[in-house]
Write a protein that binds this ligand. Structure first.
Ligand code: GLN
Length: 304
């Protein structure tokens, strides 16, 4: 498969959608992202790296970090996690409050904000320094010891994250947060602020394409069954109320973030990531979704 030629073609075609979406501005610091950027990386299980555009520039991975949080939590407490968070698509925006109210403080899934806050609370009970643990885990997965949280982004979200604070307080009122609201939010905001490039992120997602084993080191992170389940949640919940659209157009497990990044995996073959900061009303990158749709169409590779 000539992945390089395909990535080059995708870059040309996706350019037509430049200017269609809007850079996220509800977190003021994210509004500074350069709207015209477009990068893509595909890494195969045998270590071949293909890139196009701004694939080496770091960006705010935002909700893609929820995959690292969930992986860590499953490693620590396994299925027990699902006593406190569901695994059904929410069909609602990522920061929805209403659903949490009528479902009495049990978030639908770990990828909406409420669910990720519960997962963060689990990590706080498991690790003496959860914030550092998440960072070290991302560094390990991507083989990049110099990954850092972006303090400006984390601070900006802290200062403007009233909806997340409402979600956390509501979880707490239902007894589904054990730690202090401020402590949970602080770890969650930092995880969202993690800055990574497409290449680094693709490498970090490879274990999900490899039945739970980091290909470079042969290290098992999740069991085969846990990996299957995590990929299932990515497929059904990774794009909030646009998960059906992503499955329909792309056909891969994946996760988006409001920084404009998307990471997706083709089990048994590769992980691919794309970054383009202009997002749609669901919080998903416009050019990113198009690029991955073209990738599965032009390669003929998808899980379906
Ligand atoms: N940090 C963002 C928030 O909590 C993440 C949202 C996202 O990427 N969808 O609102």
């Amino acid at each position: 498969m000539d992945y390089q030629r395909i990535l080059d073609e995708i870059t040309r075609e996706a350019a037509a959608l430049s200017g269609v979406g809007r850079v996220a501005s509800y977190i003021p610091e994210l509004a500074k992202a350069p709207p015209d950027r477009f990068g893509m990386a595909l890494i195969t299980l045998d270590g071949q790296v293909f890139t196009t555009g701004d694939a080496s520039e770091r960006f705010s991975i935002q909700s893609i970090s929820k995959v690292f949080l969930l992986t860590l939590a499953i490693r620590q407490i396994g299925e027990q996690l699902f006593e406190r968070v569901g695994r059904e698509p929410s069909g609602n925006p990522f920061n929805s409050l209403v659903q949490l109210e009528y479902e009495r403080g049990i978030p639908r899934n770990p990828f909406i904000n409420a669910g990720a806050l519960v997962v963060t609370d689990v990590l706080l009970a498991q690790f003496s320094n959860a914030r550092q643990e998440v960072l070290e885990f991302a560094r390990h997965l991507s083989a990049c010891p110099d990954l850092e949280y972006d303090a400006a982004v984390a601070g900006s979200e802290q200062a403007s994250g009233f909806t997340n604070a409402a979600l956390a307080n509501y979880l707490k009122s239902h007894g589904n947060l054990r730690h202090r609201v401020e402590t949970v939010l602080e770890v969650y905001f930092h995880a969202c602020s993690l800055a990574m490039s497409c290449v680094e992120l693709a490498r970090a997602f490879l274990f999900l394409a490899n039945h739970g084993v980091l290909p470079a080191m042969g290290e098992r992170l999740l069991t085969v069954s846990q990996t299957k389940r995590l990929n299932a949640i990515l497929l059904t919940c990774g794009f909030y109320d646009e998960a059906g659209e992503f499955a329909f157009r792309v056909g891969l497990p994946g996760k988006s973030g409001v920084g404009g990044g998307i990471a997706a995996v083709m089990p048994g073959r590769w992980a691919a990531t794309v970054w383009s900061p202009e997002i749609n009303c669901y919080g998903n990158s416009v050019r990113g979704m198009k690029a991955l749709e073209l990738l599965t169409t032009l390669t003929g590779e998808s899980i379906f």
